[in-house]
Design a protein around this ligand. Structure first.
Ligand code: AMP
Length: 444
């Protein structure tokens, strides 16, 4: 559907045309008219669906039509789980709104991990739009830098992720400060029960948008599950990068320590790599990301928290060096690749210790990947016969108990700091939308 039929103003259509979007994505076609009518929206939106424009464009139009009150007030509040997503969403609002008639709408992005003072100063006189992570927003409210009493529109972006990152309490405190008369737009890739309940409690007669992904529109992501013993993973990663001449790879690991460790090992092997985790300064994160986007860094080794919401155009490969904790995280991770009509590869390293966990992820995501082995990296033990076994390793094999003991001994010497509390079980999720489809290509 063309944007011109959705009721958007000429100024917004001009900004869209400059982005060379030829037509609205399904979520945009459904959400934009609903938001313009002033109603609530309940949208199951996959990563990369174009959801940002689906809420930013109509909100800009609604806000541009009315002036802002004087004071510390904010008119539209967008809550997001991470700083990177906050920055991206803020950029989108500014970019789409740049041809709106004067006075320009004031859009501010606020997140933690950086000094609060510049944000407090910037908030002087209020703002039309604030894109915020929940913790920093509450800090700013505590400092009387902003008031939510005049919010007319609330957006929850990536609501499932806000929950997964433990923001439930912060969200409750924020909602208590909002006027009851407002428009609420709720976007989530999945609807686990807590998210579902929240949506039901926040939304009034919402327009429900649930766009089944047609096979033709589905991301072209080849998923691979490669069996390998944990200590061999970095070597295997190097091997795959060189074998397939991967130009840019986003590697997911479980801990901050692992991001540094794996990146360092790759660098020592002559592969440009950088770590991205939650304890880096915002400057270091932005720099690493910029280098990666500019292809000066070939491998970015990241934790889930740090990588959430990144929109990196043309990312061909995602590697689950450590498996994600939940099926939702798996979906978010592999959704980093195969965006905007490009094809992508998502590789998961599976060991005998993690195989059962991966089976739960597969079950929840309704896929069943054949296990591969790569010559020279065959694991000593496997949970299931592999599809492309190239022969075992000769000599005495260690027992599973020995290997677990070794692994425990090895990890005890390392400082391991997780980005978020590690959960041992895969969470129960109740997906509203079809999963990213599986393609099974083996031995590429
Ligand atoms: P999002 O799901 O909002 O993160 O958007 C994913 C990507 O799709 C971003 O790079 C957007 O710039 C891009 N995008 C959004 N809307 C469209 C559209 N109608 N046509 C083409 N690309 C789009």
């Amino acid at each position: 559907m063309s944007f011109s039929s959705l009721g958007l103003s000429a100024a917004l259509l001009r900004a869209i045309a400059e982005r060379a979007y030829t037509e609205a994505t399904p979520i945009q076609a459904a959400a934009i008219p609903a938001v313009l009518r002033g109603g609530d929206v309940w949208a199951s939106a996959q990563t990369g669906s174009g959801k940002t424009a689906a809420f930013a464009l109509p909100l800009l139009q609604l806000l541009a039509g009315t002036p802002r009150e004087r004071g510390r007030f904010v008119r539209a509040l967008v809550l997001v789980p991470t700083r990177e997503l906050a920055a991206q969403v803020g950029d989108a609002f500014r970019d789409y709104g740049r041809y709106l008639p004067a006075p320009p709408l004031k859009t501010l992005v606020v997140y933690g991990g950086v000094s609060i003072n510049p944000q407090m100063i910037a908030l002087g006189g209020g703002a039309d739009i604030i894109v915020a992570t929940p913790g920093r927003l509450l800090d700013l409210i505590a400092h009387h830098a902003v008031s939510l009493s005049a919010v007319s529109a609330l957006v929850l972006d990536e609501a499932d992720r806000l929950f997964a990152l433990g923001f439930a309490d912060e969200l409750t405190r924020i909602f208590a400060l909002l006027p009851t008369r407002r428009q609420t737009l709720f976007f989530s890739a999945t609807f686990p029960s807590a998210v579902w309940q929240l949506a039901e409690s926040l939304l009034r007669e919402p327009t429900r948008i649930e766009i089944p992904m047609a096979p033709a529109d589905a991301p072209d992501i080849t998923q691979r599950a490669i069996e390998v013993d944990a200590p061999q993973r970095t070597q295997l990663l190097r091997n795959l990068i060189e074998l397939h001449a991967w130009t840019r790879v986003l590697v997911f690991v479980a801990t901050k320590y692992a991001t540094e460790h794996v990146a360092e090992k790759l660098r020592r092997a002559g592969i440009e790599a950088a770590a991205l985790h939650g304890e880096l300064s915002q400057g270091a994160r932005t720099a690493a990301l910029a280098e990666f986007k500019a292809s000066r860094i070939r491998v970015l080794v990241a934790t889930d928290v740090a990588a959430r919401g990144l929109d990196i155009a043309g990312l061909p490969v995602v590697v689950n060096y450590d498996l994600p904790r939940s099926p939702v995280d798996y979906e978010h991770r592999i959704g980093r690749t195969g965006r905007a009509g490009e094809s992508g590869v998502a590789v998961s390293f599976i060991s005998v210790e993690t195989d059962a966990h991966f089976r739960l992820i597969e079950k929840r995501n309704r896929c069943n990947l054949p296990r591969e082995q790569i010559a020279g990296f065959e694991p000593l033990h496997t949970a299931m016969p592999a599809v492309a076994s190239t022969g075992g390793v000769k000599g005495k094999r260690k027992s599973k108990k020995d290997r677990l003991r070794e692994a425990a001994g090895g990890s005890a010497t390392r400082p391991v700091v997780a980005d978020a509390p590690v959960r041992n079980e895969v969470q129960e999720y109740f997906p509203l939308t079809p999963r990213i489809p599986t393609q099974r290509r083996v031995g590429r």
